[in-house]
Design a protein around this ligand. Sequence first.
Ligand SMILES: [Zn+2]
Length: 160
Amino acid sequence: MAGVSNKGNLMFNTRGDIQAQNLKHEWIHLTQYQKHNRFNKNIDDIQGMMEWEVALVQDILYFVEIKGKADEVAHHWAAVGSGEELEPYREEYFTWLRKMTNNGTSYPHNIDDISFMDFSKIFGATSREYPASSAYIYGTPNYRPYALEELFRQANENCK
Ligand SMILES: [Zn+2]
């Protein structure tokens, strides 16, 4: 387990939790906390949307890494899973990823809000770790992917 304290410190429960995947996850949360002003207000009501956004960032990174050839790899997509659970969403999800990454050749410059909302609900319905519940609410209309856009703005600027 890992997390971010109210003071903005990264925390890991055990030494074994200090690993790249957890670090990446919490770094994205740090950007979200900054963008959504976590340290000045209670943002428990957007916890679900933040977890969805983390999942989407990880899928975009992988999608670009494999140059958009999603049909050629077996992969557990953070947002929509793998195997049978992926099937109902596969075409629509990959079409969206292709569109926002210019066929897997670049990081996105902006994110379609409607798809972002729609897929947040799918994430909530299919996620085992962050299922839609009173703790995890999805489709929050005023939650925009500011952190995602900021992360990829920096990537587009600095990772050429
Ligand atoms: Zn998280």
